[in-house]
Design a protein around this ligand. Structure first.
Ligand code: GDP
Length: 534
């Protein structure tokens, strides 16, 4: 061991590095401004590295050209799986939650690898469906939430009304860190509710650079903004009276959510978000294993795989497994043990992405993400470790909303078909459901997003040599039930019972109304939501 190597792995280093890390993801509905916010965050910070980046959004719709320039100059790409940057003494890991057309089970799985989430809302729209789904996954995983109300530079809703909606819809008590001065569309600045100061909004051309901060004392704020400042002050005082000040314990227990107002496109309110993340969001903590014990941060290296990405365009064997480090120090070249097979795994090819090209990653600490290339044996949920074995809990499978019957196009290739389906199921590419009625030749594939079917069909044909046909089913939701329900459900229209490969019985329904009718008419049936559930 060289002395340099000894230093990075010295006792206490992993815990010390973990303490300054914040690992989070942004949950939002498409178009709320996630990409814009990511760009804005990167502007405020020094980008260190990125892990991954295979499929991203094509092109950056409507974002400033300076960003593209910056992307070229500094070699960053926001399409990556994880973006790492430093902010003051902190190291921030921002994990991507793919949305839009590439919304899939992977989007949910990412949330198993973060310590906090930023819930980004459009000031004019409030809570939207995809945000709610992602929120439910966070709630199931006990991930604390910071709320950002974005696009305050554009006409939108009343701030108090937005807070009310948050509290009523998701049950978290909103505790604003700052308060907007000026209504949505007339964004003058922010009232910092902790210091009472006014952070004036100074526009920059297209939000190209981090806006300079002008901080004014309340008296000066009143002189400049008059009634508009008074209104903000009154509303903020009203909040104080209703127990809406930041509550760190409540936040960590997912009872409250700190709220910030921002305009990502103008780069305003973004520094406040970074400060809130550093001050309030938890740093990586010792992770419990299946035995319930927590492996200390300073224990030898361990990690779990939360996402596996197969390169669809390149050689089909090129697979990248993304793992979150849980303990110890990761050094490239390490030989780690792959928990589920007990076999050694060589990490010579551990990589991160810098710009559009892969670059190697040399060191990583708890909270960081490592991208392992050619990781064909690694599956979602697998544990990796050095020295003392550890097994982290598997990542739950999520409530599917899309269902398709899959069949081999060529019945003569049934053997390949069966092997392929088993493999895709095992890897978590899709969920596989079966019933005696449908038989083994025509199982049902279930997914969170339809893109998972495309990936499955592509791999069935190109990797397993069994081209498939997919026949979409009209079901839209699945509930947890017990196998005894089968005879009853099979007689009801608009419902069906299938068994997932992990043995869980699922009741499928064509829509929510059908479900409520069945639940009402058959109170004896167990029908429980699957959100984030096993
Ligand atoms: P995503 O789908 O959540 O990644 O959203 P984008 O970041 O692509 O933003 C969607 C659209 O909203 C783009 O046209 C952005 O320029 C715009 N946008 C994002 N943030 C803001 C904001 O703070 N104010 C305004 N006015 N527009 C914004």
């Amino acid at each position: 061991m060289s002395s340099a190597t000894q230093d990075v792995a010295a006792p206490g280093v992993a815990a010390r590095e973990a303490a300054r890390r914040r690992t989070f993801a942004v949950i939002s509905h498409p178009d709320a401004g996630k990409s814009t916010l990511t760009e804005a965050l990167a502007l405020h910070a020094a980008v260190i590295s990125e892990a991954g980046a295979v499929h991203g959004k094509a092109g950056r719709r409507g974002t400033v050209s300076d960003w593209m320039e910056m992307e070229r100059n500094r070699g960053i790409s926001i399409t990556s799986s994880a973006l790492q940057f430093s902010y003051g003494d902190a190291v921030v890991n921002l994990l991507d939650t793919p949305g839009h057309a590439d919304f899939s089970e992977d989007t949910y799985r990412v949330l198993a690898a973060v310590d906090a989430a930023v819930m980004l809302l459009d000031a004019a729209k409030g809570l939207e469906p995809q945000t709610l789904k992602l929120f439910e996954v966070c709630r199931a995983g006990k991930v604390p939430i910071i709320t950002v109300i974005n696009k305050w530079d554009r006409p939108g809703r009343e701030p108090l009304e937005l807070l009310d909606e948050i509290e009523k819809t998701i049950g978290l008590r909103p505790t604003p860190i700052n308060w907007p001065v000026g209504i949505a569309g007339d964004f003058r600045g922010l009232l910092d509710r902790r210091t009472g100061e006014y952070v004036r909004f100074t526009r920059t051309a297209g939000g190209a650079t981090a806006a300079p901060q002008e901080v004014l004392k309340p008296v000066e704020a009143f002189e400049r903004e008059g009634d508009v400042w008074e209104t903000a002050l009154e509303e903020s005082e009203l909040l104080e009276a209703s127990d809406s000040d930041h509550d760190q314990e409540g936040f960590l227990e997912e009872l409250t959510t700190p709220v910030l107002f921002a305009s990502a496109v103008q780069n305003f309110g973004v520094r406040q978000l970074l400060d809130a993340l550093v001050e309030a969001a938890p740093s990586p903590a010792p992770r419990p294993s299946v035995s319930g014990e927590r492996r200390p941060l300073d224990a030898p290296f361990s990690a779990f795989v939360f996402k596996v990405q197969a390169g669809m365009d390149t050689a089909h064997r090129d697979r990248v497994a993304f793992a979150r480090v849980c303990s110890g120090v990761f050094e490239r070249g390490m030989v780690v043990t792959h928990g589920s097979t007990g076999k050694p795994f060589h990490t010579k090819y551990a990589q991160s992405m810098l710009g559009r090209e892969r670059s190697t990653l040399d060191l990583a600490y708890p909270g960081d993400v490592i991208g392992l290339v050619n990781a064909n044996a690694l599956r979602v949920g697998d544990s990796l470790y050095v020295d003392e074995p550890v097994e982290y809990p598997s990542i739950p499978s999520f409530a599917p909303e899309h269902f398709s019957v899959v069949r081999a196009k060529d019945v003569g290739r049934y053997k390949q078909f069966r092997r392929g389906i088993e493999q895709l199921d095992h890897e978590g590419v899709v969920q596989v459901l079966r019933s005696d009625l449908r038989g083994d030749q025509a199982p049902v594939l279930a997914a969170v997003g339809p893109m998972q079917f495309e990936v499955a069909a592509y791999r069935m044909e190109h990797e397993f040599g069994a081209a498939v046909s997919l026949e979409p089913l009209e079901y839209q939701l699945a509930m947890r039930t017990d196998p005894d329900a089968a005879p009853k459900l099979s007689r009801l229209p608009g419902a069906e019972l299938l068994t997932r490969s992990d043995g869980q019985a699922l009741a499928l329904f064509v829509n929510r109304w059908r479900l409520s009718t069945v639940a009402r008419e058959h109170p004896e049936l167990t029908l429980e939501p699957l959100v984030g559930g096993r």
